[in-house]
Every structure is written in structure tokens, then in C-alpha cells.
Design a protein around this ligand. Structure first.
Ligand SMILES: C[S@@+](CC[C@H](N)C(=O)[O-])C[C@H]1O[C@@H](n2cnc3c(N)ncnc32)[C@H](O)[C@@H]1O
Length: 307
């Protein structure tokens, strides 16, 4: 059923999530999002002042709760910037504020970016990772750590200083290596060069990041939501993993681009029948967007360039 509900909404997620809660209740298994940072990209798509950020994120959480299953998860991709030689504290305060608001902070995962550009202070190491903060209404969220794992002959002993037959407190006295599927690691290593090419959005993550999270915390036939969709990479990851998606994007130009590439992705993947409703609606929606763009003075050429 849920794949039929797959949609990209070109609207404010606060209003949109209200609508989804009223229409479907707690339907989502997973939220994956990279929210606007505290005024870090305000020229590109706005931002929230640092002092207001914790409260603002709690208000996002209040919109997520009524659509998220009680054992669902919400992943937030964020890393604080350095200001006057010190780590800005708004992310720390946001994490505590979300806990105060009833969220369980289950883990901190990482996106490691080995090829990240040499930005930031030259007096510090090159920044090459971002946090993926994991929240849930439950302290036992749905999670299948073996879903994205790899086959191993030495379960529990890989890269460990402990050897087979030895005494290892880590493995609770187990002394024999087993064969099977190993759990995934708590980080995903994927270069920024893997970001989909040809899109205008300035802050996309590579599709491998949401794919990893979907395999980890979304059951078969599940549903993923991204309130701050951008180019809606999350939607295309959901398509690759055969689950449903709902993404919001407030900026018309990014929304139009996201819609086109997502539609093309379904067609290129040969999954039109799985996402039939989305494909059927797309001609109408893209036609309307095209009309609006032309009316708003965006030339045909610019529209074509935007995907
Ligand atoms: C960091 S970007 C997300 C990028 C995305 N992960 C990707 O791979 O393309 C955040 C996006 O949130 C959008 N946004 C900001 N406020 C919003 C709101 N209230 N509702 C919906 N979208 C919003 C911005 O326009 C921006 O495109």
C-alpha cells in the first residue's frame, strides 16, 4: 500500500506534515533529513538563527511525532561549524532539547567523506565527516543491522586483537569464530564526488547515505519521509530500496528539479508499476510547474537547465 502514497510535495513541511498526520496517522517508518543549518546557507535557502535552533528543531519533531510509528526512527544529518575558534554549541543544545521533548537519542552515526574539499580553518585538520544523529520515540526502535551487512567467516573476530580460542570479554566468552552476515558499521564512507551530477541543489548528500539508513531502519514495504527534501535524494534512495517516500521542498526551483529527476529515476529503474500513482500524477504536476515557471518569468531555457 505505502509505495502508492509516494509523493513529493512542493510546500512547507510544517503544513504538509499536519496534512499527512490527519490523513494517515503514524504511517512513517523512518525520517531521514538534512535540515537547513543555523544560517550557514542563508543566501541559498535561508536558515534559522543559532539561538532559536533548538526550539525550532523541537517544533519540527512535534510535527514528525504524529506521522512516525512508535518504533520508527528519525535521522538528522548535521555538524556544527567552528566560530571564533570554537565549536558552535547550537547542535549540542538541540540534541538536549530533543531529549527534553521526549525523543530517545539512540546513537550517533557518521557520514565519512574522504574526498571532502579543504574548507575551513587551515589551522585545523580538514573536516571530512558529518554526524547522523539518530532519534526515536522508542529506546528499542526497529533496526536490522545485518540488512546491509556482508558475509563473514570470522564473525566477531574481524580486525579484533582477540584471536579464535582466546579470551575475549567483548564476545562474552565466545571463542569460536562463526560464519554469517556481519552487522553494518556505525558509519558510512562515501565521497562527496558521488553526489548525483547535473542538479543545481547546493547541499545534496550522496544517495548511498540514505540507502544505508533505509537498509538499517526501514522494514520491507516501509515508508520514508524527508521534511527538508532539497533535490529529494531520499526519494531516489527509497526507490532503489523498493520502499515508499514522502518528501517536502519549499523552494519551487528545487522542487521542480527534484520532481523531474525522481520521475526519470523511476523510469530508468524500470519501476513504473511499483510507483504507478507517482508516474500518473507526474505529467499533471510537471505541466503545472512548467506553467507557473513561465508565468513567474523563469525562461524555458532556465527550466531546462535545472535538471
Ligand atoms: C540541506 S537541504 C537538503 C538537501 C537534500 N538532503 C538533498 O540531498 O538534496 C535543505 C532543504 O530544505 C528546504 N527547506 C527549508 N525549509 C523548509 C520547509 N519549512 N519546508 C520544506 N522544505 C524546506 C530548503 O529549501 C533546502 O532545499
Amino acid at each position: 500500500m505505502f509505495r502508492d502514497m509516494s509523493r513529493l510535495y512542493g510546500e512547507d513541511c510544517f503544513t504538509g506534515m499536519n496534512y499527512l498526520a490527519n490523513a494517515y496517522g503514524q504511517f512513517a517508518d523512518l525520517v531521514i533529513t538534512s535540515p537547513p543549518y543555523a544560517e550557514q546557507r542563508k543566501n541559498q535557502y535561508g536558515g534559522i538563527p543559532e539561538k532559536d535552533y533548538p526550539e525550532w528543531m523541537v517544533s519540527v519533531g512535534e510535527k514528525i511525532k504524529p506521522i512516525l510509528k512508535p518504533n520508527g526512527s528519525a535521522f538528522i544529518n548535521i555538524r556544527p561549524h567552528i566560530e571564533s575558534g570554537e565549536i558552535s554549541d547550537y547542535v549540542l543544545k538541540t540534541r538536549l532539547a530533543l531529549r527534553e521533548a521526549g525523543w530517545k537519542e539512540c546513537e550517533e552515526l557518521m557520514w565519512i567523506k574522504p574526498d571532502s574539499p579543504p574548507l575551513g580553518s587551515t589551522k585545523r585538520p580538514r573536516r571530512a565527516w558529518e554526524s547522523i544523529l539518530w532519534f526515536s520515540p522508542s529506546n528499542q526502535p526497529y533496526c536490522d543491522p545485518k540488512a546491509g551487512g556482508t558475509e563473514s567467516n570470522r564473525l566477531g573476530f574481524e580486525q579484533s586483537k582477540f584471536v579464535e580460542g582466546g579470551k575475549s570479554h567483548i564476545h562474552g566468552g565466545q571463542s569460536k569464530a562463526k560464519k554469517g552476515i556481519a552487522r553494518v558499521k556505525d558509519y558510512i564512507e562515501v565521497g562527496t564526488s558521488r553526489v548525483e551530477k547535473g542538479l543545481k541543489h547546493p547541499a545534496m548528500f550522496p544517495i548511498e547515505v540514505p540507502e544505508y539508513l533505509i537498509r538499517l531502519c526501514c522494514p520491507d514495504n516501509g515508508m520514508v519521509v524527508d521534511p527538508f527534501g532539497g533535490s529529494c535524494t531520499v526519494a531516489r534512495a527509497a526507490i532503489n530500496e523498493d520502499v515508499g517516500f514522502c518528501c517536502f521542498e519549499i523552494n519551487d526551483e528545487h522542487y521542480e528539479e527534484a520532481y523531474r529527476v525522481t520521475r526519470d529515476h523511476i523510469i530508468k529503474s524500470g519501476k513504473e508499476s511499483m510507483y504507478r500513482d507517482f508516474i500518473e500524477l507526474s505529467d499533471v504536476i510537471l505541466g503545472e510547474l512548467h506553467e507557473q515557471g513561465v508565468r513567474a518569468g523563469i525562461g524555458e531555457k532556465e527550466l531546462e537547465l535545472s535538471y
